[in-house]
Design a protein. Sequence first.
Length: 105
Amino acid sequence: MTAIDQARNTTLDITEQKRGEAERIGQAVQTNSSGEVARIAHELVGCSVCRGVEGFTRPLRELERLAHEGDLSGAHALLADVRQKFPRVQSAFTQLVQTLPTSNS
């Protein structure tokens, strides 16, 4: 497998994995698990910044802050913001992957 093939697979895997983590934040909000919200939000901020997805960082950092304060009352709106942006991010990654040359090129 070439480096380009690995990049393609990794990008698609990460996108799906991060969507699952966003859903886990939603479950943690529902159960008022502040520690879990803070942990997942912090991890997603790091992954987002590393991949240049700055649009997620503001609501995720705010989610993390609320969780550390133990008050998740505003979490639903922030999570909705993340979920609303996710399809655009996934589409951008998909388009990027499609521009990569294949190993047969």
